[in-house]
Design a protein around this ligand. Structure first.
Ligand SMILES: NC(=O)c1ccc[n+]([C@@H]2O[C@H](COP(=O)([O-])OP(=O)(O)OC[C@H]3O[C@@H](n4cnc5c(N)ncnc54)[C@H](O)[C@@H]3O)[C@@H](O)[C@H]2O)c1
Length: 383
């Protein structure tokens, strides 16, 4: 049977533009689908660089104005891989044009914007997804399966960290290419919306909704030169954040993120403790899941390190042979697989814009709590 074409229009050719393009290129070689992905157009403001990117990554054409890309009849899916301050405007325009949307995380600068994005995609009834790709690491999916099978029993604790060390130098400027994450006007927030958003999304998926939060944030370097204006300007982002929370299921949460943890590049870890068993996962060793089961025979009881690469582990049977591990890039391929399966089954792929909004509600509550030095209730997504 001839496959249905799904023509992608990608906006942004940075880190994520490459990660997504790699996923589009590979998915059809490893996973079966009714759909054939077509890398139809890439949009970026610099035409020459866009052409170079198109040639390297196999895009058929280029645009320099994202509005023109969205207006094109030969594009089915708009992929938003640009800084956070552009997500809402692009996604709402794409929804109005009837395009399917794959949007990078965090969904928006704040939950007010995210609410408008959810309303737009739901009004237009267009398939939508947010690239919280850590949900699609095989070991994280295995964790989800073990929790859903009830093997942990009642959950007491959820702990997550996301630690980096790349902004310690006071000489690092803020704003502009590659450094937009340090500019609050482009990023919305610092580590809370950038790194903790990943931890929050995974936590909401694995352990359910968060009821309330108590947070502290710190901006260690108060002023930095802005790359675009050349002036020394106030830093508006949070460099570090830690928060406590209650989950709706009664468990307690503890989250921490910083870009000032010397020695750590992208140490995303989580640990979940239940009445029967515990789970640990670590992005630096992302193909392993640590598992402790109290039901094991006493003298053999201990932490098991499961190499999540066997044929019956999530996604892995479609790749090479048992024992060969997958990496970060594969989580993006799996995210595309979920999207395609969602189109085939009619059951929306997750995480969708509503899930992105749920994370933005937590992010907003965390920032508000840190500012006000008090517990804040988290708004819950309806429906
Ligand atoms: N899922 C993940 O693990 C993950 C990882 C990194 C970044 N992100 C998210 O992806 C998004 C992009 O981050 P990145 O690391 O790829 O950034 P990046 O700086 O590497 O790339 C951003 C791209 O956007 C382009 N751009 C900026 N303004 C534009 C405009 N008006 N029109 C067209 N293109 C424009 C830039 O030229 C650049 O190509 C952000 O929302 C970020 O939070 C997600």
């Amino acid at each position: 049977m001839a496959k249905k074409s799904l023509r992608i229009g990608l906006i942004g050719y940075g880190f994520m533009g490459r990660a997504h393009s790699n996923a589009y290129a590979k998915v059809g070689n490893f996973f079966d689908s009714e759909y054939q992905l077509v890398r139809q157009a890439v949009c970026a403001r610099d035409e020459e660089k866009a052409r170079q990117f198109a040639s390297r990554w196999g895009y058929a054409s280029v645009e320099t104005d994202w509005r023109k890309l969205i207006a094109r009849d030969d594009i089915d899916v708009i992929d938003i891989a640009v800084p956070n301050n552009l997500h809402a405007e692009m996604a709402i325009a794409a929804a109005k044009a009837g395009k399917m949307i794959l949007c990078e995380k965090p969904l928006a600068m704040n939950s007010k914007e995210a609410e408008k994005m959810v309303a737009a995609v739901e009004k237009a009834k267009v398939p939508n997804m947010v690239w919280y790709n850590y949900r699609r690491c095989p070991a994280v999916v295995l964790a989800k399966q073990l929790i859903d099978e009830g093997r942990l029993g009642k959950i007491f604790h959820y702990r997550a960290n996301f630690l980096q060390d790349w902004t310690i130098s006071a000489d690092l400027p803020q704003g502009g290419a590659a450094l937009w994450r340090l500019d609050v006007k482009a990023a919305g927030s610092g580590v809370t919306g950038d790194l903790l958003a990943h931890c929050i999304d995974t936590a909401l998926w694995l352990n359910g909704g968060i009821k309330d939060v108590n947070a502290m944030t710190e901006t260690f370097i108060k002023q930095r030169k802005h790359q675009l204006t050349g002036k020394v300007e106030k830093v508006g982002i949070d460099d570090a954040c830690a928060f406590l929370c209650h989950f709706n299921n009664g468990s307690l949460g503890l989250f921490e993120s910083t870009r000032y943890a010397r020695g750590h590049k992208a140490l995303y870890t989580f640990e979940i403790n239940g009445e029967h068993a515990s789970i640990k996962w670590d992005l630096h060793d992302l193909h392993r899941l640590q598992w402790f089961d109290h039901k094991d025979e006493g003298k053999l009881r201990g932490w098991r390190s499961i190499h999540v690469s066997d044929g019956d582990h999530p996604y892995t049977g479609k790749w090479w042979v048992p024992g060969l591990q997958l990496g970060s890039e594969h989580s993006f391929v799996h995210q595309v697989v979920e999207f395609l399966q969602g189109l085939e089954s009619g059951k929306p792929a997750l995480p969708n814009f509503r899930d992105g909004l749920a994370t933005d509600y937590v992010v907003d509550a965390v920032l508000k709590s840190a500012k006000g030095h008090r517990w804040e209730k988290v708004k819950q997504v309806k429906g």
